[in-house]
Design a binder for this molecule. Structure first.
Ligand SMILES: [Zn+2]
Length: 355
């Protein structure tokens, strides 16, 4: 039996969660470099666009933020034209965000998509889909938006959100990172119960528990399991080797949390640190390939024919080091006869044909 590994390269396209960071330096410029890397190897980039923030910027009147939203639109249309893929990502703290003299004031009380009141959930998804749909059509894409990723991985409890996504025509969620846990109140997620080896499963309500059958699929972010020592040295190396953000991008991840929440977050992440996402902004080339190899070993033992492997990165983390890691990863994968650079839509068609 021939196994095809559908390698789906994704990038979360957004500024920082607290509203900080320049759209040019933290989103547009690094994404342009990431697209150029993908282009070199003939790999489509799946861009998870946080539609909520760019719609808020676009509505901000005669401001630099509104001008930036226009640049974003142009980049997304051009990317679609070049064969890349726009999918839906949402950070609902941008609902009702206000632009002040100090910058954007977002509503952290609305951080978790899964906790939104149902009417707001429907509205933010519909608004995002109609904007992304327009950009996709302008860029010549024929298919509708297929996939969703929750902002900050906050997809749980997922029953209402999944139901809303299904009604909106979405077929795939790609928020789960099996094994990983963040125990804060503001932005918690807990994927410890999800079946780490599996590359995809049908969902009926809870995205972490495979259903027997169904048409809505979880296609998780690929994870690998490492020895503690390797992970700890990897994390230290990542935190100490060079700038944390791309050229000119200034921001911080920690400012949303109190000191106590920061500590809780670090502890829970440390407890599950043996699991690492296939994140080209965080892992080096050999660890990235190790995650891919772990996925291949599992697939061969299970006899799955079309196996999605999902890599993640963030525009605001796409440093020169990340650029080199992504480039080396795609170069290695391009030499693997069993790997196809793919999208969620292409994988879904292959999967449905196989059923
Ligand atoms: Zn995000």
């Amino acid at each position: 039996m021939t196994i095809v590994f559908h390698f789906i390269t994704t990038v979360d396209y957004e500024v920082f969660g607290c509203g900080g960071g320049s759209p040019k330096a933290c989103v547009v410029d690094p994404t342009q470099r990431a697209l150029a890397v993908c282009q070199r190897f003939g790999a489509p980039m799946t861009i998870f666009v946080d539609t909520a923030e760019f719609l808020a910027m676009g509505r901000s009147g005669d401001t630099p933020a509104a001008a930036a939203a226009n640049v974003v639109e142009r980049q997304l249309v051009d990317a679609t034209n070049s064969g890349h893929d726009l999918q839906l990502h949402l950070h609902p703290q941008w609902i009702g965000a206000r632009l002040t003299e100090k910058g954007w004031q977002v509503d952290l009380g609305r951080y978790r998509t899964a906790d939104l009141p149902p009417s707001e959930m429907v509205e933010i998804i519909d608004d995002g889909l109609s904007w992304l749909g327009r950009l996709r059509r302008q860029g010549g894409a024929v298919a509708d938006v297929t996939a969703f990723r929750a902002g900050g991985w906050c997809i749980q409890p997922s029953a209402t959100l999944v139901e809303t996504l299904v009604r909106a025509g979405i077929r795939i969620d790609s928020s789960v990172a099996p094994g990983i846990w963040n125990a804060t109140q503001l932005d918690w997620y807990d994927f410890r119960a999800s079946p780490a080896p599996r590359s995809h499963w049908p969902v009926n309500g809870d995205v972490t528990r495979p259903a027997d059958q169904g048409t809505f699929m979880e296609v998780p972010i690929s994870v690998g399991r490492f020895a503690w020592s390797k992970r700890i040295t990897g994390i230290i190396r990542q935190k100490t080797a060079g700038p944390a953000f791309p050229d000119g991008c200034i921001g911080t991840y920690g400012s949303m949390h109190s000191r106590r929440e920061r500590l809780t977050s670090r502890l829970s992440k440390l407890l599950t640190a043996r699991w690492a996402m296939l994140d080209y902004c965080r892992l080096n080339e050999s660890d990235l390939m190790s995650v891919v190899d772990q996925r291949k070993v599992w697939a061969r033992s299970e006899g799955v024919r079309n196996v999605p492997i999902v890599a993640i990165g963030h525009s605001k983390d796409f440093t020169r080091r990340a650029e080199a890691a992504l480039s080396a990863l795609l170069e290695s994968l391009a030499q693997c006869g069993d790997v196809r650079f793919s999208t969620y839509g292409s994988w879904l068609s292959a999967y449905e044909t196989e059923q």
